[in-house]
Design a protein around this ligand. Structure first.
Ligand SMILES: Nc1ncnc2c1ncn2[C@@H]1O[C@H](COP(=O)(O)OP(=O)(O)OP(=O)(O)O)[C@@H](O)[C@H]1O
Ligand SMILES: [Mg+2]
Length: 308
């Protein structure tokens, strides 16, 4: 599993590789929690690539409801269809000789209007009733949805079937691989978690971060990659409001390469700190002096002094 994911450019440790393996082997959803930018969404994408299945993504947001997640009727297209049917009826195509008000005509029109042709398939329906092979279904940032929607998800994950009153019940022939993610802005209900394999993705340790930088920014020198990873590791121990995630480390490494930087000196770090730290207060904490000494310089000296 580790090798398969690494081939897609994703570095996992043993416990996460095991969780992914079990998700596939036991056909149970994987519930990923962790700080922002630690690779939750990306993992679902690389699982899809590694197992050669399409990815279907449902991005949750405040106020998301069943319709926007499951299916909607294409109202404008239905209206157009009615107009066209009426026009055809008036010009003599109607069953009652130019008079399109016959009962069977109306029944047939209604049946047509609620046929799959006018169905807008949203991600959950597309996952239950795929046109191709069973997909990987990513339900991203489920903590942003409300509890009612969560209860609905619970029901769907138990059955993998959807009932559309006008069409009937659709059931997944093969269960999709399901990955749910949460940034933990609120606690997701136990009942939903119980259905899933749970994994907390932590910030990476030095070795993992270094490997990720080398894989994602291959142009970077080993020497600079070591320094970049060390600096970010050290930064996470600072009392910041928002600690940098892996996404930030990668952006920073890319920025340093783009600037042709070979070393981490105070000037280049200060100029590119916006890649790592996204809050003004955090920037001030790092760029201000501490006890009369420039703190950023001290951090860099500390990193420079470590053996390579
Ligand atoms: N283990 C890893 N191996 C390789 N790349 C990684 C890894 N973890 C994270 N990344 C990279 O970090 C970036 C951010 O990852 P991603 O968007 O998946 O984070 P997230 O946890 O979903 O963040 P958010 O909570 O903000 O949505 C991606 O570009 C991804 O390629
Ligand atoms: Mg994400």
């Amino acid at each position: 599993m580790r090798r398969a994911l690494r081939k897609e450019g994703y570095i996992v440790d043993g416990s996460l590789a095991t969780a992914v393996y079990l998700t596939l082997a036991l056909e149970r959803p994987l519930f990923l929690e962790g700080e922002p930018g630690v690779g939750k969404t990306e993992l679902a994408k690389v699982i899809a690539a590694a197992v050669g299945r399409p990815l279907i993504r449902l991005q949750c947001y405040e106020g998301i409801d069943r319709q926007s997640a499951l299916y909607e009727w294409n109202f404008p297209r239905q209206m157009l269809h009615i107009r066209l049917a009426e026009a055809a009826g008036r010009s003599g195509g109607g069953e009652a000789g130019g008079e399109p008000a016959g009962e069977s005509w109306r029944d047939r029109l209604e049946e047509e209007l609620f046929s799959p042709k006018f169905l807008l398939r949203r991600p959950l329906l597309a996952a239950v009733d795929p046109q191709g092979p069973a997909p990987v279904l990513l339900i991203d940032e489920v903590d942003r949805s409300d509890e009612e929607f969560e209860a609905f998800l619970l029901e769907l994950l138990a059955e993998f079937q959807v009932t559309i009153p006008e069409i009937g019940t659709l059931k997944a022939e093969e269960k999709p691989v399901v990955v749910l993610t949460s940034n933990r802005t609120r606690e997701v209900h136990d009942a939903l978690k119980r259905r899933c394999l749970y994994h907390w993705i932590d910030y990476p340790d030095f070795a993992k971060e270094f490997e990720i930088v080398c894989v994602k920014v291959p142009e970077i020198s080993r020497r600079l990659a070591v320094r970049v990873s060390r600096f970010v590791q050290r930064l996470r121990r600072e009392p910041l409001f928002k600690k940098p995630g892996i996404a930030e480390t990668i952006h920073w490494a890319q920025a340093l390469v783009a600037l042709g930087a070979r070393e981490l000196d105070a000037a280049v770090v200060e100029e590119t700190l916006g890649c790592l730290v996204k809050y003004r207060d955090d920037l001030e904490v790092l760029t201000a002096e501490r006890e009369g000494r420039p703190y950023l310089r001290e951090l860099l000296q500390e990193i420079e002094a470590m053996p390579l």
